[in-house]
Design a protein around this ligand. Structure first.
Ligand code: DON
Length: 569
């Protein structure tokens, strides 16, 4: 876990390097594992073996995909504290076996006392550390309310049954993985800095196989199990959050907690060839951007050109450059900003945007602006689940950076997010992922910050086809895009599509980052001659996905870049 090192880089200086270290840090791990297998009755693919086991046990017990999703979300808050959370937020995309669709936005919100220029100094410069570290970086958490709403609408087992496994993991402890030993050891200093006087998480030396017991967190989960929403947004935990905020100069109040509501949103649905793509609308930028990317490349013969060939990479990079320029200008919380969604996801718009690219020469990002649209009327973890009936959940949840703001709520045993950095702190000033933004994503009290999280479900011929998503900050959108194309165009199975080396371009910085060894040297040289700049980096994404095969089996893709595990039956 290298987030601490990454954060020493100031925005603008060494940004790319910081960006790479940070993401590889929050995504972790080596590229060594391979899980295989096909399952008929259900499958869970999540970031940690203990959370996947919780999900599988719930499915075997007769729970449906949403029961398992709620149980996995809470389990991740215990076993995967870098991104799993009670103090963060996320998005869920749901498709029932009969084709009913739903998308839930449980993204954090700006506190009532937040203000547009809260991260600027007196000269108007962005003070990036404040939106990234400590109490001021945290938005009002959405995960617990999200899980309550998801369960109320679709759950089959009782609430207590789906919360209990996480509570057991916190109270009885769970064995930490080898990569966690390393990560937790490296984290000590940073955690101490932001949590003076608190003993939580502080252990000088972690050993392989250590059982980690978290009694404070167990008490919080007990309150959530017994009181539902009120167990977190009112009473003891709300008092603890407010006290924590007061002790560290944060802004979240009990009023903010009381007022927080997650929101069902109209699912965003598009098409790519014979496939229906069901994805997350704003407050995520991911769904719109994914549909725009698919629309942009649909008419090109990618299958004939082949995976990561020069023409394939060139077309995908040019599409990404244009789509991320649109993201910076046109996307933000739809409750506060009129997002020109219909216009952006219209395939004709993407064709028009791709018209001006030149096969002989890379387009310069400085020559690309967001498209003109008519005035109509912005550390993470992902899991994918299918149950025996064929209901499917695609859920991405985050604290933003690995371990969020680094602030543990005293006595409550959980971390708060640093999601405020996903707002555009100042137009033209990049966030931690180097993403730019403007008015659409400016800070307003009660507004949700724009996200790139892209939980997605694909249908073919009216049947479930794929469940997919990933962490990775700004690279989330392009990783989901590539994973889908790897299966649809390049005939990879689910695991191979997840394993395949990925690349990324996001308009600015004007550079294509490639997972080391992912691009053939001759292809790279050919594209460099046309003006493309490449940078190697470590892991991109941690995709956890499920594919329904033509024989009706579920095939999982658990990302070998981390401890991600598929468990089915
Ligand atoms: O919502 C977003 O777009 C970011 N907060 C996601 C952060 C993330 O994926 C970090 N993990 N690697």
């Amino acid at each position: 876990m290298h987030r601490n090192k990454a954060m020493r880089f100031k925005k603008g200086t060494g940004l790319l390097l910081a960006f790479g270290i940070l993401l590889s840090g929050c995504l972790g791990g080596s590229l060594s594992k391979n899980n295989s297998g096909e399952y008929k009755n259900g499958l869970v693919v999540s970031a940690h073996p203990s959370s996947s086991k919780v999900g599988l046990d719930i499915l075997k017990k007769g729970g449906n995909a949403v029961d398992a999703a709620v149980a996995v979300q809470f389990a991740l808050a215990v076993v995967y504290p870098g991104a799993g959370n009670l103090g963060g937020g996320g998005f869920m995309v749901y498709r029932s076996a009969s084709g009913e669709l739903a998308t839930l936005d449980f993204r954090e919100k700006a506190p009532g006392m937040a203000s547009r220029d809260m991260y600027l100094d007196s000269a108007g410069n962005a003070i990036t550390d404040k939106s990234l570290y400590g109490h001021l970086a945290a938005g009002v958490p959405g995960s617990v309310d999200g899980m309550v709403k998801a369960h109320e609408k679709f759950g089959k087992l009782s609430w207590a049954e789906v919360v209990q496994p996480a509570l057991d993991l916190a109270r009885k402890g769970f064995p930490i993985t080898d990569s966690q030993v390393e990560e937790f050891t490296e984290l000590q200093e940073e955690i101490k800095k932001y949590n003076p006087g608190k003993s939580y998480f502080i252990k000088e030396k972690w050993e392989k196989g250590d059982l980690w017991v978290q009694e404070d967190l167990a008490k919080t989960l007990e309150l959530i199990r017994d009181k539902g929403r009120e167990g977190f947004y009112a009473g003891i935990v709300a008092d603890q959050i407010e006290a924590e905020m007061k002790s560290g100069g944060g802004l979240i109040s009990k009023e903010d907690l009381k007022n927080y509501q997650s929101q069902w949103r109209e699912p965003l649905v598009g098409n790519y060839k014979d496939y229906k793509v069901i994805t997350m609308p704003p407050t995520s930028s991911g769904g719109i951007a994914l549909l725009q990317l698919l629309n942009s490349v649909e008419e090109y013969p990618l299958r004939r050109w082949g995976h990561n060939s020069d023409s394939t990479v060139q077309v995908m990079v040019e599409a990404e450059r244009r789509v991320y320029a649109d993201r910076a200008s046109h996307l933000g919380d739809p409750d506060f900003y009129k997002v020109p969604q219909k216009y952006l996801v219209n395939p004709i718009y993407s064709k028009y945007r791709m018209q001006n690219f030149n096969w002989d020469k890379a387009t310069l990002s400085s020559d690309i602006k967001a498209g003109e649209v008519p005035k109509e009327s912005e550390e993470t973890t992902h899991f994918s689940i299918v149950d025996r009936e064929g209901n499917a959940v695609s859920l991405t949840t985050t604290l933003n950076g690995g371990y969020g703001s680094m602030v543990f709520v005293k006595g409550a045993g959980f971390l708060l997010n640093n999601e405020m950095d996903d707002f555009s702190v100042k137009p033209g000033s990049p966030n931690m992922y180097g993403l730019l933004g403007g008015e659409a994503n400016a800070i307003v009290p009660g507004k949700r910050m724009l996200s790139s999280m892209t939980p997605t479900i694909l249908e073919k011929g009216g049947e479930l086809f794929m469940v997919v998503g990933t962490p990775g900050g700004s690279t989330i959108i392009t990783s989901v895009f590539q994973t889908i194309l790897n299966v649809l165009e390049f005939d990879m199975d689910m695991q191979a599509a997840v394993n395949a080396k990925k690349f990324h371009h996001q308009w600015y910085p004007d550079v294509v980052t490639f997972e080391k060894g992912g691009l053939d040297t001759l292809v790279r040289q050919k594209l460099e001659k046309k003006g493309y700049t490449f940078k190697d980096r470590r892991a991109i994404g941690r995709v956890d996905a499920i594919l329904k095969t033509q024989w009706g089996y579920y095939e999982g893709g658990a990302d070998p870049r981390g401890d991600d595990t598929k468990m089915g039956w």
